[in-house]
Design a protein around this ligand. Sequence first.
Ligand SMILES: *[C@@H]1O[C@H](CO)[C@@H](O)[C@H](O)[C@H]1NC(C)=O
Ligand SMILES: *[C@@H]1O[C@H](CO)[C@@H](O)[C@H](O)[C@H]1NC(C)=O
Ligand SMILES: *[C@@H]1O[C@H](CO)[C@@H](O)[C@H](O)[C@H]1NC(C)=O
Ligand SMILES: *[C@@H]1O[C@H](CO)[C@@H](O)[C@H](O)[C@H]1NC(C)=O
Ligand SMILES: *[C@@H]1O[C@H](CO)[C@@H](O)[C@H](O)[C@H]1NC(C)=O
Ligand SMILES: *[C@@H]1O[C@H](CO)[C@@H](O)[C@H](O)[C@H]1NC(C)=O
Ligand SMILES: *[C@@H]1O[C@H](CO)[C@@H](O)[C@H](O)[C@H]1NC(C)=O
Ligand SMILES: *[C@@H]1O[C@H](CO)[C@@H](O)[C@H](O)[C@H]1NC(C)=O
Ligand SMILES: *[C@@H]1O[C@H](CO)[C@@H](O)[C@H](O)[C@H]1NC(C)=O
Ligand SMILES: *[C@@H]1O[C@H](CO)[C@@H](O)[C@H](O)[C@H]1NC(C)=O
Length: 332
Amino acid sequence: MGICDSTMGLSHTLLVMALLLSGVSSMKSQAYFNKTGELPCHFTNSQNISLDELVVFWQDQDKLVLYEIFRGKENPQNVHLKYKGRTSFDKDNWTLRLHNVQIKDKGTYHCFIHYKGPKGLVPMHQMSSDLSVLANFSQPEITVTSNRTENSGIINLTCSSIQGYPEPKEMYFQLNTENSTTKYDTVMKKSQNNVTELYNVSISLPFSVPEAHNVSVFCALKLETLEMLLSLPFNIDAQPKDKDPEQGHFLWIAAVLVMFVVFCGMVSFKTLRKRKKKQPGPSHECETIKRERKESKQTNERVPYHVPERSDEAQCVNILKTASGDKSTTHF
Ligand SMILES: *[C@@H]1O[C@H](CO)[C@@H](O)[C@H](O)[C@H]1NC(C)=O
Ligand SMILES: *[C@@H]1O[C@H](CO)[C@@H](O)[C@H](O)[C@H]1NC(C)=O
Ligand SMILES: *[C@@H]1O[C@H](CO)[C@@H](O)[C@H](O)[C@H]1NC(C)=O
Ligand SMILES: *[C@@H]1O[C@H](CO)[C@@H](O)[C@H](O)[C@H]1NC(C)=O
Ligand SMILES: *[C@@H]1O[C@H](CO)[C@@H](O)[C@H](O)[C@H]1NC(C)=O
Ligand SMILES: *[C@@H]1O[C@H](CO)[C@@H](O)[C@H](O)[C@H]1NC(C)=O
Ligand SMILES: *[C@@H]1O[C@H](CO)[C@@H](O)[C@H](O)[C@H]1NC(C)=O
Ligand SMILES: *[C@@H]1O[C@H](CO)[C@@H](O)[C@H](O)[C@H]1NC(C)=O
Ligand SMILES: *[C@@H]1O[C@H](CO)[C@@H](O)[C@H](O)[C@H]1NC(C)=O
Ligand SMILES: *[C@@H]1O[C@H](CO)[C@@H](O)[C@H](O)[C@H]1NC(C)=O
C-alpha cells in the first residue's frame, strides 16, 4: 500500500514536471499553402541569458530537426533535408518561420531551449505548437456544359472550385427566381493532387429552366470553417414565349417584301435597258423630234414624213410620262 502510494505520488510529480516542461500550452498556428508559417516558442528570457549560452532547436512530430542554434551559431548539421533552407529564426520573439508551407507540413512541432552549462545541457523551456495548413479555394465558377436546346429546355451547369484545403463540407446550386429560392443538392466530385494534396471540387446538374421567368443560379461552397464561397450569378433570361412567333412572322414578311422589291427593281432595270436598245430613250427621241422640226422648217422636202408640230410635242411628253410611269408601276 505504502509503496503503491509513493509510486503514484512519484508519477504524479513526473506528470506535473512534464506539463511544466511542455509549458502546458500547446499553441495553435495557421499557415497558408505556399506561404510562411510561424512556429512560436514563447520564451520569456527573464534572466536575460545570452544566446551564446543556449541551445535552441525545433523538431517536428517525427523528431526531425527543422532548425538548431548552438551557442549563438546556426548548426545546420542536424537539420533534416526537407527543412533545409526553409526556415528563419526570429531572435526577438523566439519564433521560427517556416517558408513555402506544404499541406504535408501540418502537424505538431516542438521547440526546445537548453542552457549550455559547464555540466552539460539543462532544459529551460519547451513548447509545442499545432500547425494547420489552409489553401483558399478559388471562387466557385459556373460554366455551361451543355446548352438549352430548343425542345428540351434543359441546361447543364457545372460549378468548380480549385486548389483548396482542407476538403470542403458541401457544395450546391441555388436557383433564384423573382420570388423563390431553391437549393439543389448534388454529389460533390473531388479530386486531390497527389503531390500538393490540394483539392479540386465540382458539381454538375441539368436544370429544367422555367422559360417564363428570369432565373439566376448561384453556386455555393461551404468550407470546413463553415465559411461560404459564392459564385457570381449565372443569369438565364426568360424566353419571350408569345412574342417570339409574332416577331418571326414579322421578320418573314419583311424578308419577303425586301426580296420582292429587289426582284421588281431588277425586272424594271432589265425592261428599261431592253427598251433603250429597241427604241431611243424618250429624251433622245424628243431631241430628234425637235431637230427634225428645225430641219423640216428649213427643208420640208427632205423629211420623208411630216408630223404636225403640236402632236410632236404631245408625243414627246407622252413618252416621258410612260418612261417615268414604268418605273413606279414596276415597284408594285
Ligand atoms: C508558390 O508561390 C509562388 C510565388 O510565390 C508561385 O510562383 C508558385 O507557383 C506557387 N506554387 C504553387 C504550387 O502554388
Ligand atoms: C514575431 O515578430 C514578428 C515581427 O518581427 C511578427 O510578425 C510575428 O507575428 C511575431 N510572432 C509571434 C509569435 O509573436
Ligand atoms: C540583456 O543583456 C544584453 C547583453 O547581453 C543587454 O544589452 C541588455 O540590455 C539586457 N537586457 C535586459 C532587459 O536586461
Ligand atoms: C484566404 O482567404 C481569407 C479570407 O477568407 C483571407 O483573409 C486570406 O488572406 C486568404 N489567404 C490567401 C493566401 O489568399
Ligand atoms: C452555349 O451557348 C453560348 C451562346 O449562346 C455559347 O457561347 C457557348 O459556347 C455554348 N456552350 C456550350 C457548351 O455549347
Ligand atoms: C445534361 O447532363 C446529363 C448528365 O448529367 C445528361 O444525361 C444530359 O444528356 C445532358 N443534357 C444535355 C442537354 O446535354
Ligand atoms: C412573384 O410575385 C408576384 C406578386 O407577388 C407575381 O406577380 C409574380 O408573377 C411572381 N413571379 C414569379 C416568378 O413567380
Ligand atoms: C485542379 O485544377 C487545376 C486547374 O484546372 C488543374 O491544373 C489540376 O490538374 C487539377 N487537379 C486535380 C487533382 O484535378
Ligand atoms: C501522382 O499521380 C500520377 C498520375 O496521376 C502518377 O503518375 C505519379 O506517379 C503520382 N505521384 C506520386 C508521388 O504518387
Ligand atoms: C428578365 O430580365 C430582363 C432584363 O435582363 C427584363 O427586361 C425582363 O423584363 C425580365 N423578364 C421577366 C419575366 O422578369
